[in-house]
Design a protein around this ligand. Structure first.
Ligand SMILES: [Zn+2]
Ligand SMILES: [Zn+2]
Length: 411
């Protein structure tokens, strides 16, 4: 019998890493435990040497989609000769030590969650705007501190219903330890405001109402993952003209969100690489070459042959596009070059031209803009590294003696 202790650094919290370790340990009949700690994940694994080697191989080769290992420290320790493998609670005892655990970026809604929200028989998630799982949903934008556990996020105030708790505690469930887990019965809810006055409307009617407000030519603020978007119908010249006047932005292009890839391809050229970027889990805005078409207003990106397009990346966006037929302008809600607005109160205060605001009560802790990318000579160029990509760790190709802080200009 051998027992090893592993300290693992990288993107290993909030990405289904512990249940993955748990399942692998069961597969190879190992005893021990796995837990999050302030610097990453700690594992102790005990078993036959050959099984331990297979376990290590699975750590390297079969990681969950959002996980990434940057460093493994391994030490041999005394076997305890006990049976069973457990996932144990995070330790807070090293509060004073250096907090270097990585927080994963926010990730676009996955296909399985999309299927859940469309499934009429699924009472928990059908039409639920905040559906997420271990493989998708908000992360960085809702985190207050590490380790990445629900109590350290803005989901802390929502008490899980029994069914969510069951999913959360079952290592074999897709939502095992998905910290923002919530459903129609227990999670955040939507509110609609006209100006700063709350509209009296039933929860299940809000999204359809918002869709018709967009189609009627209103300007809306809609809460997303890392901030609010200013939204209007991208084919409505009047609405866009109004928005340009209010934002004092006479010609700067507005990005548009489209229902699906087909809708984007009707208004821009999309090559293979651009298609991959549009549909990847980071879901950035991709700058594309415009086609001559009349589906969208010529005022969106006047005088240039490019247009920034992106796809829905939250369950709320997907539900909105069940009712909205045209592409929508979805530009960051901010004043001039100020950071993106993350609360409805600041929309009311700073952007009084907004006709309606769609808000929900899961607080955004860290504002994060949409990322912006383009493909040049078949290479991806990231113009704004934000939602989906940030926080990002870059390993230097050399060792630095000094601590360096380097910051660049916006874009
Ligand atoms: Zn998911
Ligand atoms: Zn629930």
């Amino acid at each position: 019998m051998k027992r090893y202790k592993y300290l693992i650094k990288g993107q290993v919290q909030g990405v289904g890493f512990r249940p993955f370790v748990y399942k692998s340990a069961l597969d190879f009949k190992l005893a021990g435990f796995v837990k999050n700690d302030i610097n990453g994940v700690e594992i102790e694994a005990e078993g036959e040497q050959k099984d331990i080697e297979l376990f290590e191989e699975s750590l390297r080769l079969k990681l969950p989609p959002l996980a990434r290992i940057d460093e493994i420290q391994k030490t041999e320790i005394e076997p305890l000769l006990k049976k069973g493998f457990a996932i144990i609670q995070s330790s807070d005892d090293s509060k004073t030590s250096y907090k270097s655990a990585l927080i994963p970026p926010d990730t676009a809604t996955c296909q399985e969650c999309l299927a859940d929200i469309k499934d009429e028989k699924n009472r928990k998630y059908h039409n639920y705007f905040a559906t997420n799982c271990t493989n998708c949903g908000p992360r960085y934008s809702i985190v207050k501190t590490v380790p990445y556990d629900r109590k350290n996020t803005s989901m802390q105030k929502f008490k899980m219903c029994n069914s969510c708790e069951e999913e959360y505690n079952n290592p074999l469930n897709r939502r095992y330890h998905a910290q923002p887990i919530s459903c129609n019965n227990c999670g955040p809810s939507l509110s609609l405001f006209r100006g700063d006055k709350k509209v009296d409307i039933a929860q299940k009617e809000i999204i359809q109402k918002v869709a018709s407000l967009i189609e009627e030519g209103n300007i809306l603020a809609i809460k997303g993952i890392g901030g609010f978007h200013i939204v209007c119908d991208a084919s409505n010249d009047e609405a866009i003209k109004k928005l340009r006047e209010f934002k004092h932005r006479p010609t700067k292009p507005f990005a548009i969100m489209c229902k699906d890839l087909k809708q984007i391809k009707a208004l821009a050229y999309v090559n293979e690489k651009e298609e991959q970027l549009l549909t990847c889990k980071e879901a950035p805005i991709v700058i594309l070459k415009k086609l001559t078409c009349n589906h969208i207003s010529s005022l969106l990106a006047p005088n240039i042959d490019r247009i920034g397009c992106f796809l829905p990346y939250t369950a709320l966006h997907h539900l909105l596009f069940v009712h909205v037929q045209n592409p929508i302008v979805a530009t960051s809600a901010n004043l001039g070059d100020e950071p993106i607005i993350i609360s409805a109160e600041n929309i009311f205060k700073k952007l009084p031209f907004v006709d309606f605001t769609l808000d929900f009560d899961r607080e955004i802790i860290n504002g994060v803009d949409d990322s912006l990318v383009q493909v040049i000579d078949d290479k991806t160029q990231i113009l704004r590294l934000a939602r989906g990509y940030a926080p990002k760790v870059i390993k230097l190709p050399f060792k630095s003696e000094k601590k360096i802080l380097a910051v660049g200009a916006n874009q």
